[in-house]
Design a binder for this molecule. Structure first.
Ligand code: FAD
Ligand code: NAD
Length: 457
């Protein structure tokens, strides 16, 4: 049995660990590839963050005429050239994935395995016909799209985010099941390009995990551009005679569409690794449990979607850096910092958030101040002729520090960084508001005004 110093399962964030400092480590890297394409490099690069945002940007442009009209400029949206866009995006991404694979395959100290792996003993990993062992394993096996048991699914073509970006042509209509991140982003992309979009949301609001004010406003604004069937679930699907699907909801609505996209969450892949053989038990949510140093048990680390409640690339990257350090410096380990994990939803409107929602602050019994500051109250908001977008801040009255920040509107993901930074470095609200200049008349003034409006007395 071949013995390695280190075996990494998963070439997404796991692939960032091995650098020059591991030159004298004998490393096995295992990745079965992305479903469908077999691509190397994990979710974010191939079917996640990166291609989705490369579709979101042209979708934002496609909506420009609507924005410009309010500013007395006439623009026309003529067409989104889907095939050209798709080929441009994957024409850029696919070679990066292939290049990453070649780099690893050619490295002297790395052996690359391109099949599914599962444990057959405490430190024995079966990869195809071979069984290997390693001093240390890093579990970075990510997550996969879940598909709920909807009647008739076997009779129709079901797309997930893994496949929908490679459609042959822009569909005339799409029905999306789910109302979270992926539904929000693809509803924007397809509706901006002219596809008729129906979203079937089991809750009354989309993005229900957001602060209630944000989720309500998001539902109102995106809901005006799409056909939102709220408070319903997908009950049955059947093939439509002309191609595509007919979806029947729990309320009895029949929705016809060319394409069915299921976006109902992602499940960590730990259950496919036979971890019981290693003595590791998954937690009740199916995640590999880790301590604050990303250790699972002696000889095992885990990172990213396979173990983290936050299925986000910046979290997986951070955890990979922690694992990398702790592999190299076992006598001086560092811990992961999960205090203020931000996220953004790249839809239209864009949403970005960090820290507690107001509901969480209330439930925790905190003495907090909250403020909602409209973009329309600052000069840049006037230039935008903005309606409906806002910054919401929550601060603790006793510490005078921010508890949470929630932004819905243009540049939300960029604006939020000021809040993330203040929370991470423990700045108080007065320090953040008056300890620096705010460029006039730029959009961050909406954050400055929100900070000044917080009643901390
Ligand atoms: C559509 C979409 C959009 C997203 N957009 C964003 C975004 O904008 N911002 C953001 O922060 N996050 C985003 N995410 C989430 C982000 O992509 C993930 O959190 C991140 O990629 C997880 O990285 P990872 O290294 O944990 O897993 P992955 O990158 O998924 O890597 C895991 C790898 O392990 C391999 N593997 C799994 N099991 C086995 C096995 N048994 N044997 C061999 N190989 C195996 C898989 O093939 C895969 O390549 C998005 C996700 C999706 C689906
Ligand atoms: N911008 C980003 O950072 C970004 C973008 C896309 C995806 N992601 C990551 O990928 C993960 C998966 O995205 P997602 O949108 O699939 O998940 P999600 O958890 O954001 O949303 C899932 C949606 O499906 C619904 N749902 C779940 N089970 C259902 C069922 N049985 N029937 C009907 N509806 C059901 C939920 O109510 C929710 O609306 C996200 O949680 C996120 O971590 C991140």
């Amino acid at each position: 049995m071949r013995r390695y110093d280190l075996c990494i399962i998963g070439s997404g964030s796991g692939n960032t660990i091995v650098d020059d400092r591991f030159a004298d480590w004998d490393v096995a890297m295992v990745d079965k590839g992305i479903p469908g394409t077999g691509a190397f490099g994990g979710t974010c690069l191939n079917v996640g963050c990166i291609p989705t945002k490369m579709f979101v940007l042209p979708a934002d442009h496609a909506r420009a005429p609507e924005e410009a009209r309010r500013l007395n400029v006439d623009l026309d949206f003529r067409q989104a050239h889907w095939e050209a866009m798709r080929d441009r995006i994957f024409g850029r991404i696919d070679p990066i994935a292939a290049g990453g694979e070649k780099y690893r395959a050619e490295a002297d100290n790395v052996t690359l395995y391109r099949s599914e792996a599962r444990f057959v003993g405490e430190k024995e990993l079966a990869i195809g016909d071979e069984v290997i062992t390693a001093e240390t394993f890093v579990l970075a096996a990510g997550s996969r799209a879940t598909i709920p048991p909807i009647e008739g699914l076997d009779d129709v073509t079901v797309h997930t985010s893994d496949t929908v970006m490679r459609l042959d042509r822009l569909p005339g209509s799409i029905v999306i099941v789910g109302a979270g991140y992926i539904a929000a982003e693809f509803a924007h992309i397809f509706s901006a390009f002219g596809t008729r979009v129906t979203v079937v949301s089991r809750g009354e609001r989309m993005l229900r995990a957001e602060d209630d004010d944000v989720s309500a406003r998001f539902t109102e604004l995106l809901g005006a551009r799409i056909d939102l069937r709220a408070g319903q679930t997908a009950k049955r699907v059947e093939p439509r005679a002309a191609g595509g699907v007919v979806l029947t909801t729990s309320a009895g609505d029949r929705i016809e569409a060319d394409v069915l996209l299921v976006a109902t969450g992602r499940k960590p892949n730990g259950d496919l690794l036979d971890l019981g053989k290693t003595g590791i038990t998954l937690d009740e949510d199916g995640r590999v449990p880790v301590d604050d140093q990303q250790r699972v048990r002696p000889g095992f680390y885990a990172l990213g979607d396979v173990s983290s409640p936050d299925q986000l690339k910046h979290v997986a990257n951070h955890e990979a850096r922690v694992v990398q350090h702790n592999l190299l410096h076992p006598d001086a380990p560092v811990t992961a910092d999960h205090r203020y994990v931000p996220h953004a939803v790249f839809s239209d409107p864009q949403v970005a958030s960090v820290g507690l929602t107001e509901r969480q602050a209330r439930e925790q019994g905190l003495d907090y101040a909250a403020v909602v500051q409209d973009y329309a109250t600052v000069a840049y908001g006037w230039a935008l002729e903005d309606e409906g977008h806002f910054v919401k801040l929550l601060a603790d009255r006793s510490t005078r520090r921010l508890l949470g920040g929630h932004i819905i509107g243009p540049q939300a993901s960029t604006l939020l960084q000021v809040i993330i930074q203040a929370m991470s470095f423990g700045q108080t609200v007065p320090e953040l508001a008056r300890g620096q200049y705010w460029i006039h008349p730029a959009l961050p003034e909406v954050i400055e005004n929100a900070l000044l409006a917080l009643d901390l007395s």
